[in-house]
Write a protein that binds this ligand. Structure first.
Ligand code: C2E
Ligand code: MG
Ligand code: MG
Ligand code: MG
Length: 292
C-alpha cells in the first residue's frame, strides 16, 4: 500500500531510478527496526603478520542479517545510510558491540589483539565524536589500545584542519588511527605530511593481478618504503593469492588483510580462533604478554 503510493509519487522518473529509490526506501523502512532487533552483526576479518603468518587482530565489518532477505552486504546499505545520516547510529552500534566483545575476551583471559572499527565520514564531522568514543571506553572499562579507528581517506580532504585536530584528540586518548582506503582516489602526499595517522591501509587496487606492466606493484613498493621512512605501519587490503602475499613479503610489507588469509567471519568464529590460540599458549607453556 505504502509502497504503491511511493511509486506513484515518483512515477515520472525512469524505471531503473524508480527501482533504486524503492530499494533505498525499503532499506530505510527496515533500518531502525533492524537496529532495535539487533539484526546487524559484527563480522571480523583477521589481519595477518605476513612474515610469520600469525593473526594480529581484526577489522570489524557490519553484516545485516535480515529476517526475510537474508544477509545484506554493506555495499548495499552503507551508501544509503551515509546519504541520510543513519550511518551515525550504525557506527555507534558497531563500536559498542565491538567494545563489548573485547571486554568479554579480556575478562576470559583471551588476551585479544586490537580490533579496528570503521568511522564513517559523517561521524568525523560529529562534534560529539571524541566524547562518544571516550564514553564507550569508560562504559566497558576498556583501554584505548584495544579499539583502533579506521578513517576513510576521503574524509581527510574537505576540512584538513578539523581532521588534524580530531585525529590528535583521538590519539591523545590513546587510539591508534588508521587511514583506510589509502590511494583509492583522494589522498595526496600533502595529507600524509599534515595528518598524524599511525597506519596506512593501502587500497587493494594496487595489488594488481599480474597482467599489467607492473606499475601498480612498483607504486605499492614505493608506498611501503615511504611509509617506513615516515614511521607509519602499512597494512595492504584485499590480498587474495599466494603470489600477492609473496610479493608483499618481498617488498618488506609487514601486515596484510584479505581473503587469502581469511574472509570476514561471524565474531563467534573469531572468538573460537582466540580460544584456540589460548590453548596453544598453555600447551607451549608461554604467555604472549606483549600486547596487554
Ligand atoms: P573497508 O573498510 O575498506 O573494508 C574492507 C572491505 O574489503 C570489506 O568489504 C572486506 O570484506 C573486503 N575484503 C577484504 N579482503 C578482501 C579480498 O581479499 N578481496 C576482496 N575482493 N575484498 C576483500 P565489506 O565488508 O563488504 O565492506 C565494504 C565497506 O563498507 C568497507 O570497506 C567500509 O567502508 C564499509 N563498512 C563495512 N562495515 C562498516 C561499519 O561497521 N561502519 C562503517 N561506517 N562502514 C562499514
Ligand atoms: Mg575499513
Ligand atoms: Mg579498507
Ligand atoms: Mg576498502
Amino acid at each position: 500500500q505504502c509502497k504503491h503510493k511511493f511509486m506513484a509519487y515518483i512515477g515520472y522518473y525512469n524505471e531503473s531510478m524508480t527501482k533504486q529509490l524503492v530499494i533505498e526506501q525499503e532499506i530505510m523502512n527496515d533500518a531502525q527496526k533492524a537496529l532495535d532487533n539487533e539484526e546487524f552483526e559484527v563480522y571480523l576479518q583477521p589481519k595477518t603478520i605476513i612474515h610469520t603468518e600469525e593473526c594480529y587482530g581484526a577489522e570489524a565489518l557490519v553484516r545485516w542479517i535480515h529476517p526475510e532477505k537474508g544477509m545484506i552486504s554493506p555495499g548495499k546499505f552503507i551508501p544509503v545510510f551515509e546519504s541520510n545520516g543513519f550511518i551515525g547510529r550504525l557506527d555507534y552500534y558497531m563500536w559498542d558491540h565491538t567494545c563489548k566483545l573485547l571486554r568479554n575476551w579480556i575478562d576470559e583471559g583471551l588476551e585479544p589483539d586490537p580490533v579496528s572499527v570503521n568511522v564513517s565520514r559523517a561521524n568525523m564531522y560529529n562534534p560529539n565524536l571524541v566524547f562518544m568514543l571516550k564514553s564507550l571506553l569508560d562504559k566497558y572499562d576498556l583501554p584505548a589500545r584495544f579499539l583502533q579507528l579506521e578513517l576513510t581517506e576521503s574524509a581527510f580532504m574537505d576540512e584538513p584542519d578539523m581532521m588534524i585536530q580530531k585525529v590528535q584528540e583521538l590519539q591523545e586518548i590513546g587510539f591508534v588511527i588508521l587511514m583506510d582506503d589509502f590511494g583509492s582516489g583522494y589522498s595526496s602526499l600533502n595529507t600524509l605530511k599534515d595528518i598524524p595517522v599511525d597506519v596506512l591501509k593501502v587500497d587493494m587496487k594496487f595489488l594488481g593481478n599480474g597482467d599489467g606492466d607492473g606499475k601498480s606493484e612498483r607504486i605499492l613498493a614505493s608506498v611501503v618504503r615511504m611509509a617506513a621512512w615516515l614511521n607509519l605501519v602499512v597494512i595492504v587490503e584485499g590480498v587474495e593469492t599466494k603470489e600477492q602475499r609473496d610479493f608483499l613479503e618481498g617488498i618488506g610489507c609487514e601486515y596484510a588483510q584479505g581473503f587469502y588469509y581469511a574472509r570476514p567471519m561471524p565474531w563467534r568464529e573469531y572468538e573460537a580462533i582466540l580460544k584456540n590460540m589460548e590453548i596453544r599458549h598453555h600447551v607451549d607453556g608461554k604467555q604472549s604478554d606483549d600486547n596487554i
